[in-house]
Ligand binder design. Structure first.
Ligand code: ATP
Ligand code: MG
Length: 283
């Protein structure tokens, strides 16, 4: 019994980022949305092989907001693609919602948002959001919210019948978030979704994304190159280093849960951003 308690406590510490990951090789944590153990991904091309990820140990709790920060080529997109079952790991194990990533994909439990909204230009905002439900065919599953409700959730009510060319970049990205949520996924993967937007639009979407996260209770993995975005959005920041792609540090974010953008002027936030910058510079 004693050992069981210790066991659980150790896990908890890993999840909170209190101890460095990789020191306690344990089975997948119960109740976690994503568990990686000694995860490795290697790519072989004609000329060379690349270790995109190596020895990655990670537990993401259900409902957690985790941001990923690291230099170009450190494996951020690769990690998201492994979770989404778009590529297979070369080593180690990954568990998504209690099973292999394929099961989560087939249940449509994973939503993906990319840097480019990639909407179909001949379909309205509403029709773009409806698209995954149509494509799913036999596996069709409606989420908890209707496409119309999801457009409202991302602040686009009144724009249902507009075409992508009539929307701003920020609005198009909102549509792509609504589309990613339409099958009612439990995990939302976002790969630099606001990277191409101006700063004011990006700020606004950051605040709204935290609101959407709270309202849906969804688990989010969010890749960014912005220290401020990573610190503002996340409950923890996963920092990766490159060549080989590996965990550099997992930084807990100790800011108020109901934060607004003003939090960026607090000393806590400034200290956190400075720390993230120092780690990033050493990557
Ligand atoms: N399909 C592939 N074939 C070969 N190498 C690949 C492939 N995908 C990624 N890589 C390599 O794996 C490494 C990690 O790539 P990845 O795209 O995950 O990095 P990233 O952290 O997302 O970078 P960025 O910040 O530039 O988007 C890079 O060295 C990249 O060249
Ligand atoms: Mg990438």
């Amino acid at each position: 019994m004693q050992s069981a308690i210790t066991h659980h406590a150790s896990h908890h510490k890993v999840a909170q980022g209190l101890v460095s990951p990789g020191t306690i090789p344990l089975p997948a944590m119960a109740g976690s949305a994503i568990s990686c153990r000694n995860l490795g991904v290697r790519f072989f091309t004609e000329r060379r092989s690349v270790t995109a990820l190596q020895g990655l140990d990670l537990d993401v709790a259900e409902g957690e907001f985790l941001t990923l920060l690291g230099p170009s080529g450190c494996g951020k997109s690769t990690l998201l693609r492994v979770v989404a079952d778009l590529i297979n790991p070369s080593k180690g194990s990954i568990n998504v919602l209690g099973a292999a990533p394929e099961a989560a994909r087939l249940r449509r439990d994973i939503g993906f948002v990319f840097q480019d909204a990639a909407l179909l230009p001949w379909r309205t905002a509403l029709q773009n959001v409806e698209l995954p439900l149509e494509v799913a065919g036999g596996a069709k599953r409606a989420g908890k919210s209707t496409p119309r409700e999801l457009l409202e959730l991302v602040g686009l009510s009144g724009w249902e019948n507009s075409y992508p060319h009539e929307l701003s970049g920020g609005m198009r990205q909102r549509v792509s978030i609504a589309r990613a949520l339409v099958s009612g996924p439990r995990i939302l993967l976002m790969d630099e979704p606001f990277g191409a937007l101006d700063e004011i639009t990006r700020d606004r979407l950051n605040e709204e994304l935290r609101r959407v996260w709270k309202e849906t209770g969804i688990t989010i993995l969010f890749v960014t190159h912005s220290i401020y975005e990573a610190a503002f959005l996340g409950q923890r920041v996963l920092m990766l280093a490159a060549n080989p792609g590996r965990v550099k540090e997992i930084v807990p974010v100790n800011l108020a849960e109901d934060r607004t953008l003003d939090v960026r002027e607090t000393t806590d936030f400034v200290a956190l951003a400075a720390h993230l910058r120092r780690v990033l510079e050493a990557c």
